[in-house]
Write a protein that binds this ligand. Structure first.
Ligand code: IFG
Length: 398
């Protein structure tokens, strides 16, 4: 096998793994033979950013559960995992200079469970585990909205016009905000971003920026611009949900499209790259249909075929391909709290997003893909990965 980089060789090994049949051929010799087709494969990914996001804030997921998801993402040649580390219901990463963020902010979760958090050692272990599989971790501290758990831990952070911080175990959004006018908020964020950046070899820091419904617009814009400078100070490249396009952001920053294509177009016109992750096509927490378990459906149902039958390259009219950084499939965890439930929502749809992120548009064809998807059963079962057995696919159970 020839590859330009170690990562390329690693992806090639995944292709080889995918060619290994579900059953060995034992007829010819006294030991099992795992016969794979011969031939020459020339391959390369379409996008350089092929990602999933796991929300570990609404419900906490253990290091082992995150590692299991990383293993599966690696098999399907993803190269990025975005960790949504903070939200109203929980703060999940230890910050040594601000210990109450996890002592207080990490002690609960949606539904009232015990929550949890990653010590810095555990975070570094996850980063290393992902790196061994050529997967980059993108840490997200969501702000100025979605910050109830931080303000609960340190009340000085709280914007007086927002709802008073308290332990939140519900699923409401849009009621919290940092105070964009306080210098102490920015010195706090300098510490937080600094500590996380120091543990993150990847180039990105995600500042969130979504659903800041109670932050005055002028304050929101001031906040995004000031936090953008802090991210640059710590030598990271800022990513934000598409609302941050309202601010004057550095063209080196990246916009993650989830809701408003105008924001994506505006940002691309000033040079920013776009991550394509529209809720109605790529949100893994959308229910498959009206009878499936787990998930929400505010953006609509996403059956397996709907999650596949679209093209990130043409999804935003007028967005040039060279302005697309890549694709991401976010998995929000309001309604899930363990690997089995995570996998029920993520599989099989995440396999389709792997193909949308890797293959050229002309190779994308649902009728062809669904046959190949049906043959994934032996792998999923060998890895003990749960999946939604959609009737849209004629699953090749052994
Ligand atoms: N929107 C919120 C998420 C989550 C999601 C659930 C974004 C960027 C709805 N923000 O998606 O926090 O609640 O589907």
């Amino acid at each position: 096998m020839n590859a330009k980089t170690a990562a390329g060789a690693f992806r090639g090994v995944q292709t080889l793994r995918q060619l290994i049949p579900g059953k060995s051929n034992d007829t010819l010799t006294d030991h099992p033979l795992w016969v794979i087709p011969s031939g020459k494969i020339m391959d390369a990914p379409k996008y350089g950013y092929r990602s999933s996001m796991l929300d570990v804030a609404r419900h906490f997921f253990t290091v082992e559960e995150v590692k299991k998801y990383i293993d599966a993402l690696a098999y399907y040649k993803f190269n990025t995992l975005h960790l949504h580390l903070s939200d109203d219901q929980g703060w999940r990463i230890e910050i040594k200079s601000w210990p109450k963020l996890t002592e207080v902010g990490g002690a609960s979760e949606v539904g009232g469970g015990e929550g949890g958090f990653y010590t810095q050692e555990q975070y570094k272990d996850l980063v290393a585990y992902a790196a061994d599989r050529h997967i980059t971790i993108v840490p997200e501290i969501d702000m100025p909205g979605h910050t109830n758990s931080a303000s609960l831990s340190y009340p000085f952070l709280h914007y007086a016009g927002a709802e008073t911080p308290r332990v939140r175990t519900d699923m409401k959004v849009g009621y919290s905000s940092f105070d964009a006018k306080k210098d102490t908020v920015y010195s706090f964020l300098d510490d937080v971003i600094g500590e996380i950046a120091a543990m993150t070899p990847g180039p990105y820091f995600h500042i969130g920026g979504d659903e800041s419904h109670v932050t005055k617009k002028s304050d929101y814009i001031l906040f995004v611009e000031k936090v953008g400078k802090l991210v640059q100070k710590h030598n990271k490249r800022m990513i934000g949900w598409d609302e941050i396009a309202q601010a004057d952001i550095d063209p080196n920053s990246v916009i993650q499209l989830w809701n408003n294509v105008e924001n994506a177009i505006k940002a691309s016109e000033s040079g920013s790259k776009i991550i394509i992750s529209p809720a109605k096509k790529a949100y893994l927490d959308m229910k498959y249909d009206s009878i499936s378990e787990y998930g929400l459906h505010w953006a609509g149902y996403i059956p397996v075929d709907v999650g596949y039958k679209w093209d990130p390259e043409t999804y935003v009219e007028g967005l040039a391909k060279e302005n697309i950084l890549g694709i991401e499939a976010p998995l929000w965890s309001e309604t899930i709290s363990n690997s089995t439930e995570l996998e029920y929502l993520a599989f099989p749809r995440i396999i389709g997003y792997a193909e949308l992120g890797w293959s050229q548009s002309e190779y994308l064809d649902w009728d062809d893909y669904k046959e190949r998807l049906a043959a994934q059963v032996p792998y999923l079962e060998a890895m003990q990965i749960n999946y939604y057995p959609t009737k849209l696919v004629d699953w090749k159970k052994e």
